[in-house]
Write a protein that binds this ligand. Structure first.
Ligand code: CAA
Ligand code: NAD
Length: 395
């Protein structure tokens, strides 16, 4: 395995800053990289704030102060130069294939011969990102969940070209990044397929959400009413979660699924308009919601709202069950237990298989009705769901 001492995090935004924080907490030297000084400064300031909170709770290593940890954090806006003395790279730039391929190639052209490149892409082919880099065997996927310091899951994805040494080094590095909410859960992804495990299983939920958003718009309802439909049973209800993840990320992810999974992933009117307006959610201060008063203010508005009667949790479970069956069918995960456990570790929400074992016939009806209602045939139940045979695929 490669001896990892210094890590470069490329992209110092929402995810990059969280990843930089957990890498520092794991004891590594970290260089934060972005395209502009102001972006890298903002990312480093967020890391410092996080590390100081951890220090105040006495959760840094023996005798370590926030200043000791931050002394191992540097910044750079020249990628080629920054990676010269790094052993490991985690890329968290925008969700665009050509940008990721460019970043990967620059790293491989300029880093030392042993350097490993990992991508935090939400959906995209790791094989394609690495193909023209000159060293595809040293490229691997490392997918964190937002926010990386609090969400336990990291998916490690083997591409068609990833070497054993790269895969093992990436899994060991992932396991060494501390999590503030319990032990890390590392899910090995056995096949490089769009969305990997957790995002793939939740992918068609985005078609459903996008349809719900457009219904709210057509009926002249309020976003808080759609979020009230979740009845407080989700850690973050639909509009809030979309703002939290970033409307640009949802938009790009749906574009990629449109090309790779089905044209049914076409974004609806509301998501497209928000994306084009630049109101991208919490990170820009405005999306569905105005975030200037903080998360709790939004939560309390949702609590008092009249439900819209559009979004339904059982429908979400049925959609996830169907897609989880596709994940099993395609050999992306070894069994449904990994999928359910990964969903809990990555989204703080139960996966669908426990529910599905008791409800798969009902799920098939729900899915057919939804396909009729929305005109999206991607929702139709697949054979593995209808037969209930997924329940024999635990491991
Ligand atoms: N460093 C140090 N401490 C931090 C911190 C950081 N970076 N971030 C938060 N904390 C601390 C807070 O200060 C707080 O401390 P106190 O308890 O002392 O006040 C504590 O951690 C808990 O933080 P919050 O109050 O913010 O936590 P919460 O209870 O409100 O839960 C949440 C937040 C875990 C994010 C929860 O809302 C949740 O589970 N939401 C769902 C998130 C989700 O689904 N993520 C996955 C999205 S999909 C994805 O990521 C994949 C993709 O590719 C798009
Ligand atoms: P973000 O917009 O907050 O951050 C992206 C950063 O990358 C920006 O600061 C941007 O300036 C920088 N950047 C763009 N091109 C660059 C380049 N060529 N070199 C260096 N930096 C560059 O986005 P984010 O939400 O942090 O997402 C980053 C990646 O992580 C995406 O691939 C996304 O799909 C993935 N991801 C996002 C989430 C989420 O919930 N937002 C969760 C998991 C994975």
């Amino acid at each position: 395995m490669v001896d990892v001492k210094k890590i470069a995090v490329v992209g110092s935004g929402l995810m990059g800053s969280g990843i930089g924080q957990v890498a520092l907490m794991g004891g590594y030297s970290v260089v934060m990289i972005d395209i502009k000084e102001e972006f890298v400064d903002k990312g480093v300031a967020k890391i410092k704030e996080g590390i100081e909170k951890v220090a105040a709770k006495g959760l840094l290593g023996e005798g370590q102060s926030a200043a000791d940890v931050m002394a191992k954090c540097s910044k750079n806006i020249d990628l080629a130069n920054a990676v010269k003395d790094c052993d490991f790279v985690i890329e968290a730039v925008i969700e665009k294939m050509d940008v990721k391929k460019d970043v990967c190639k620059t790293v491989m052209d300029n880093g030392p011969d042993h350097i490993i490149f990992t991508s935090n892409t939400s959906t995209m082919s790791i094989t394609e990102i690495g193909k023209e880099s000159g060293a595809p065997d040293r490229v691997c996927g490392m997918h964190f969940f937002n926010p990386p310091p609090l969400m336990r899951l990291i998916e490690v994805i083997r591409s068609e070209d990833t070497s054993d040494e790269t895969f093992e080094t990436a899994k060991a590095a992932a396991a060494s990044f501390p999590c503030l909410r319990g032990d890390r859960y590392i899910a090995p992804v056995l096949k490089d397929a769009p969305g990997f495990i957790v995002n793939r299983m939740n992918a068609p939920v985005q078609i459903y959400l996008s349809w719900c958003f457009d219904q709210v718009d057509q009926k002249g309802l309020d976003w808080v009413q759609l979020d009230a439909d979740a009845g407080g049973k989700m850690p973050m209800p639909p509009c809030m979660l979309t703002d939290f993840v970033g409307i640009d990320t949802m938009y790009h992810v749906m574009s990629y699924y449109q090309e790779t999974l089905s044209p049914d992933f076409k974004q609806g009117k509301v998501i497209t308009e928000l994306y084009e307006s630049g109101n991208l959610g919490e990170k820009t201060g405005k999306g569905f919601y105005d975030w200037s008063q903080g998360r709790d203010a939004i939560k309390s508005k949702i609590k008092g709202a009249e439900p819209a009667g559009l979004f339904d949790l059982n429908t979400t479970f049925a959609i996830m069950l169907n897609e989880g069956c596709r994940v099993l069918d395609e050999g992306i995960a070894s069994g449904f237990k990994v999928i359910d456990d990964a969903n809990m570790a990555g989204m703080n929400a139960p996966g669908p298989f426990g529910w599905g074992k008791r409800n798969y016939e009902n799920a098939a009806n729900i899915l057919n009705e939804l396909a009729d209602k929305t005109g999206k045939n991607y929702f139709r139940p697949i054979e593995l769901l209808k037969s209930g045979n997924f329940s024999k695929m635990r491991k």
